[in-house]
Design a protein around this ligand. Structure first.
Ligand code: GAR
Length: 203
């Protein structure tokens, strides 16, 4: 049995993407282990989900640190202490500083609920609806120093329907997120892809 990749999952909220990663690991579809789930929100439901599966959790309060860099130093320390090899951003609503990105170069992934490079940032399902696009979707990408600009590992497309609300579109996208995030993690941790310039290529 090849060693399991050690993941550190960063969350801020509901944790449905975390749950899909846990489920895929438990079903034996993803040869990984979640070493720690770190949240910047004390009562994030994601922490509860982790505890239910006996996964270690940690809450790092931004209020405890005057400087943003110190807050992220604490997160980095928790990742190191748990021997994390890959950082998985799963609804973590903060911009990652360069120091942490460099510490996990090409080993940090994010899921974004839009078809990048369209609609980076926050509240993007609403923005896509308001813009009137006919298709949206989700993107798993490596994290680089820009906002949602890193090389794209996988994307999935969903139609935008005329009677969609932010909620219905978000749900349709979320279903695809739960499918492609574990798949993208599998590709990366098993070295099945390489990064060439901006492109992520299957080996
Ligand atoms: C997901 O839709 C994810 O793509 C999005 O937050 C949601 C988290 O849901 N992430 C971002 O917008 C990152 N900028 P979850 O907590 O149920 O996984």
């Amino acid at each position: 049995m090849i060693n399991k990749a050690k993941l550190g999952v960063l969350v801020s909220g509901r944790g449905s993407n975390l749950q899909s990663i846990i489920d895929n690991i438990e079903k034996g579809k993803l040869n990984a282990e979640i070493a720690i789930v770190i949240s910047d929100v004390k009562d994030a439901y994601a922490l509860e989900r982790a505890r239910k599966h006996n996964i270690g959790t940690c809450f790092v309060s931004p209020k405890d640190f005057k400087a943003r860099s110190r807050f992220f130093d604490e997160i980095a320390k928790n990742l190191e202490d748990n021997n994390v090899e890959y950082v998985i951003l799963a609804g973590f609503m903060r911009i990652i500083p360069l120091s942490l990105i460099n510490a996990y170069k090409n080993k940090m992934l994010n899921i974004h609920p839009a078809l990048l490079p369209s609609f980076p940032g926050l509240g993007v399902q609403k923005k896509a609806l308001e813009y009137g696009v006919k298709y949206s979707g989700c993107t798993v990408h490596f994290v680089d120093k820009g906002c949602d600009t890193g090389p794209i590992v996988l994307q999935a497309v969903v139609p935008v329907l005329e009677d969609d609300t932010e909620e219905t579109l978000s749900q349709r996208i979320l279903k695809e997120e739960h499918r492609i995030y574990p798949e993208a993690i599998d590709l990366v941790i098993n070295g099945k892809v390489k990064i060439v310039g901006r492109k992520v290529i299957r080996k």
